[in-house]
Design a binder for this molecule. Structure first.
Ligand code: SAM
Length: 261
């Protein structure tokens, strides 16, 4: 999205949810709410969200968050309209997903879809993903997805970008060895920013073998409203996939040693 959002001005709406979520700070600088929620949407914040919201005390083993047995857990940061999270939950019923989105209208849409489809493999967090990442247990996630993060294109705004050495430290910490961090953006400068920060580290290794890698959408990819806007504006997305490698496992070619991942 090329219209960076103003400061968090409105945390009204499902007020108890916003306070339960622990306030913002960290890496969230967007807006909380746009359109007024319809009655049915608002009701879901009182009925369904409390059941799906992550508990303050997270279990040591994240699969325990889900009512059904799951073989692995993934996290999506800033799911927006929820297109990817919903598609992933439908495509992989054997996986559990944590969806994080502080924007209340996006969360309302997600709650309505979960209820309509009866999905049981999604848990939610309605606040900044940065503090959440920080308190997730180590090496528990198979995947962390960050698609079309707010670009904050002006030089003075760049410190607001979600990707930073600190958030990458946490992403590396929460991923299992061999787990994947997936990043997509239509803003070339943000793609370069992210690749530069990945290049600085040994624990998250970009997987590109050729141009086709970063021009090819990830498996199971579905388009989103933001992606459609990018294409309409003539901007092409890049897709970056980095693998979490065990400490010291990067070999001399700069690629992870698969035997130690
Ligand atoms: C440009 S939208 C992209 C939405 C979606 N990922 C997509 O590809 O369509 C960026 C989203 O990230 C959310 N966001 C921004 N900062 C965040 C943060 N610190 N933690 C979690 N979500 C955040 C915003 O509320 C917004 O919905």
């Amino acid at each position: 999205m090329s219209d960076p959002r103003g400061p968090v001005a409105d945390t009204s709406g499902p007020a108890d949810m916003a306070s339960h979520a622990g306030g913002s700070g960290g890496a969230f600088f967007g807006r909380r709410k746009s359109k007024k929620l319809r009655g049915g949407q608002s009701d879901l914040f009182g009925s369904l969200l409390p059941r799906l919201l992550l508990p303050d005390d997270l279990p040591a083993s994240l699969p325990a968050l889900f009512a059904q047995p799951v073989r692995a857990v993934g996290l999506e940061i800033g799911f927006g309209g929820g297109e990817h999270l919903l598609a992933a939950a439908r495509q992989s019923p054997d996986m559990g997903f944590i969806g994080c989105e502080p924007f209340i209208n996006g969360m309302a849409k997600m709650l309505a879809s979960i209820q309509r489809e009866g999905l049981t493999n999604i848990r939610l967090w309605c606040d900044d993903a940065a503090p959440l990442l920080h308190r997730l247990p180590a090496e528990q996630l198979e995947r962390v997805d960050l698609f079309y993060p707010d670009p904050w294109p002006k030089r003075r705004q760049r410190k607001r970008r979600f990707v930073s050495p600190r958030t990458l430290d946490d992403i590396a910490r929460v991923l299992q060895p061999g787990g994947t961090f997936r990043f997509a953006s239509d803003i070339d400068d943000y793609v370069g920013w992210t690749l530069a920060r990945l290049a600085d580290r040994d624990d998250l290794v970009w997987q590109a073998q050729g141009a086709a890698d970063w021009q090819t959408p990830f498996e199971g990819w579905v388009g989103t409203r933001y992606e459609a806007k990018a294409y309409a504006a003539g901007r092409l997305p890049s897709y970056i996939r980095a693998i979490r490698v065990a400490d010291g496992a990067r070999n001399l070619t700069g690629r992870p040693d698969p035997s130690s991942a």
